[in-house]
Design a protein around this ligand. Structure first.
Ligand code: ADP
Ligand code: MG
Length: 715
């Protein structure tokens, strides 16, 4: 494996463990539990290690045999006369712990435990797994598994797994949290031209996790793309740190399966109801620069493109085709993935018109027509690649009467050698294009059976190219009044109250520099009138109760109050309504608030995700947020760029820009609130949920006003 100096693992990084490398490129391998019996895993694993071309010494370990598969065998790991870098453990479950102890004594650097019967079986198995990890950790030995298929490295080469086949080498490094799925993928890949640089079945992740592999592969010259099937991430914070760095050097494409809804605990805010863990994963991936795909098909379609083609420098796509239908499908797909069809220069169009038949379409998509031979394809491809516009090329071919798929494939491969733009192909059909597809593949051109899939793969590449360009930015820090927030929280905690009252909650956001309306709590009608006069009409009256979550739902809110008389009427109405609709609620009094001028109602919220911690939400506010679900999420802390993206991501963004004659909203003020709330969450991890709904936004430069704040704590 050729690695440039700059691509060597960064030894200064505390999280980077050299012993991890022994999993992939060990100098020697022991197979513990090696067997002569072809029906045993211990047989398959040793056979795979032997036949994979592994260049170093191989030591079968089995107390009951002198020789196994032609190699001298040893009764235990400690009896091996030379050093062992990697031990592959396939002994029965009850024997694993003592083997791991032997490995630790022998100073083995890494172990792959294929044996199952651990955490996946219940508490007893989990305990056995913990013991293994603690032995390994105290010896500095890294452990992959248990309960996994193993590792295949086509570069070393080493097949340290019981998978029947060794895939062909290619730039894809693939990891899977499902062993069975991994095995199926290997089998499927063998039938296509999908090769792997590394293949890892993660098993129970007792020690080595997806983040460890990301770190290693980030610096591995043989890895062009990291591809992963994950069901969950153990340490969300570490994953985010590692992935953010890794994606600056390599594309990382992940299929995250298991879309679970929000946890079952009682949710008291809009944000809590909206923020499922799936949204948190999407946000975390996006912030870390990870490409998230929705299916296995997309995972490998995009991995194939990443591993064989250069990144596009922009989002402009040119299509050359011999049929109209597929190019229309491709055009629609391009729009869906945010790709634009390149507007070709006049020079190119003129030249195309000169060289192609009169009926051909010389604007993008370029249709060379059904009877086009390889020469017409060549003419069109050469011209569009010479055009200064255009970031990627898709060549579509349908087998028709005079089509020469094979020679056309050669034309495409030739073009690929002469350009630094990505080229992908969609030669449609089966028998008629089979050998042409083999030619494409040998020439490094990925082929997709349908135009939508080809375009989706290009879309993923363009997305990654964009993510890679994102500037490294730190979250802003604002000068705030932490002490005031600390005091409010301490008081509520001392009283055993998880939910702050509306005045306390408003105080908290105000202490972080978020504007709130003037307000006072009235405990009697007279106090309410007096407060209203001090604040100035118009005012809003709202019931103040720790037990009422949605005040307007119980008739607890009266807006637009213009006079002392109206205060009296509203006060009585609220008391009467609440007595009927929330009879058991404790009532602190009636809040008198300055009436905010009309603006655009937005929502800003916080909730806690079990994997990634605080999740920030933004959307159009009001009582229908949960129904409309037009919201965006990011994991805390956010940067100014994240805030700007959150605002632009919601479908209703045009409303904030001032659709249909409405005034535009002060976007930088909204961004400011998002960043301040992010800082609040970082400073106070005990905040469990926060809703600012509505945060009323005004035209610039008039900012925003947090009109209703709800905040709950974990006690
Ligand atoms: P809840 O969400 O508990 O029902 P809110 O305090 O959000 O109660 O009040 C409901 C609605 O009343 C808000 O969405 C907003 O439209 C309006 N409103 C509340 N307080 C004010 C205020 N101070 N100024 C203007 N409008 C307000
Ligand atoms: Mg509200």
């Amino acid at each position: 494996m050729v690695t440039k100096r700059s691509e060597r693992p960064d030894e200064r990084h505390p999280a980077f463990d050299q012993n991890l490398l022994a999993l992939f490129a060990p100098r020697s391998v022991a197979v513990v539990g090696a067997s002569r019996d072809p029906s045993k895993l211990g047989y398959l694993v040793l056979r795979n290690v032997r036949t994979s071309g592994f260049p170093g010494p191989i030591y079968p370990v089995n107390p009951g045999a002198r020789r196994i598969q032609g190699l001298p065998a040893y009764p235990s790991v400690v009896s091996i006369p030379s050093s062992v870098d990697l031990a592959i453990i396939v002994v029965p479950q009850p024997a694993v712990l003592s083997v791991v102890r032997d490995c630790a004594a022998k100073r083995v650097r890494a172990a792959i435990i294929i044996t199952s019967g651990f955490r996946e079986t219940g508490p007893l198995g989990a305990k056995a797994e913990e013991e293994i990890v603690s032995v390994a950790r105290s010896a500095g030995m890294r452990v992959l598994g248990p309960n996994c298929l193993g590792i295949i490295d086509t570069v070393t080469p080493l097949n340290a797994s019981f998978a029947a086949r060794m895939p062909s080498p290619n730039g894809i490094a693939f990891m899977s949290q499902s062993g069975a799925l991994g095995a199926a993928i290997l089998d499927w890949a063998a039938a296509r031209d999908l090769g792997f640089s590394k293949f890892v079945s993660l098993g129970n992740e007792a020690d080595v996790t997806e983040s460890d592999l990301l770190r290693v592969w980030e610096y591995d010259g043989s890895v062009r793309v990291v591809s992963a099937y994950l069901e969950g991430i153990s340490d969300g914070g570490r994953f985010r740190r590692v992935a953010s760095e890794a994606t600056r050097r390599r594309p990382v494409v992940i299929l995250k399966a298991g879309r679970t809804a929000a946890g079952s605990r009682a949710v008291v805010s809009h944000t809590g109801a909206l923020a499922g863990s799936d949204a948190a994963y999407s946000a975390a991936f996006r912030q870390a620069g990870v490409i998230r795909v929705q299916s296995l098909e997309e995972l490998f379609d995009s991995s194939l493109a990443f591993s064989s083609q250069p990144l596009p420098s922009g989002r402009e796509l040119t299509i050359v085709t011999n049929a109209g239908g597929p190019s229309i499908v491709a055009t629609d797909a391009a729009e869906m993935h945010g790709l634009k069809l390149t507007p070709l220069t006049h020079r190119t169009t003129d030249e195309l018109r000169r060289q192609l038949p009169p009926a051909a379409s010389v604007t993008n998509p370029i249709d060379v027509l059904g009877d086009a031979g390889p020469d017409l394809y060549r003419a069109a491809i050469d011209l569009v690649l010479a055009d200064p516009r255009g970031d990627a090329l898709l060549v579509i071919l349908t087998p028709q009467l005079k089509t020469d798929a094979e020679d056309t494939a050669r034309v495409v491969v030739e073009a690929h050698r002469q350009t630094n733009r990505p080229i992908i192909a969609c030669f449609m059909g089966s028998a008629g294009v089979r050998s042409a597809i083999a030619t494409l593949s040998a020439g490094g051109i990925p082929n997709y059976p349908f135009p939508e899939r080809a375009v989706a793969a290009l879309g993923a590449m363009a997305d990654y190219a964009d993510l890679k360009k994102r500037p490294t930015e730190r979250p802003r820090r604002f000068t705030v009044d932490q002490t005031r927030v600390r005091n409010v929280i301490t008081k509520a905690r001392a009283a055993g109250r998880p939910n702050l009252d509306s005045f306390e909650a408003a105080q908290v956001v105000a202490a972080y520099g978020i504007p709130i309306p003037r307000a006072a709590l009235a405990r009697s009608l007279d106090q309410a009138v007096q407060a209203a006069e001090e604040i100035g009409f118009p005012v809003v009256l709202k019931v103040a109760s720790p037990d009422i979550v949605h005040k307007s739902e119980v008739g607890g809110v009266r807006v637009g109050i213009q006079s002392p008389d109206e205060v009296r009427r509203a006060y009585d109405e609220i008391c009467a309504a609440v007595a009927v609709r929330a009879p058991s609620a404790r009532i602190d009094g009636i809040g008198v608030w300055a009436m905010a001028r009309a603006g655009t109602e937005t929502i800003v919220g916080l909730s806690v995700d079990p994997t990634f911690g605080h999740v920030l939400l933004f959307g159009l506010g009001g009582i229908f947020v949960e129904v409309i679900k037009d919201v965006s999420f990011r994991i805390v802390p956010i940067t100014s760029a994240d805030a700007a993206e959150m605002i632009r991501e919601i479908r209703a963004f045009p409303v904030l820009q001032g659709a249909r004659g409405r005034p535009p909203s002060d976007l930088s003020a909204i961004s400011d609130v998002l960043e301040r709330v992010s800082q609040l969450a970082e400073d106070f991890p005990e905040i469990r949920e926060l809703d600012i709904n509505p945060l009323v936004a005004y035209p610039p430069p008039r900012g925003t006003l947090a009109v209703d704040v709800r905040l709950s704590l974990s006690l």
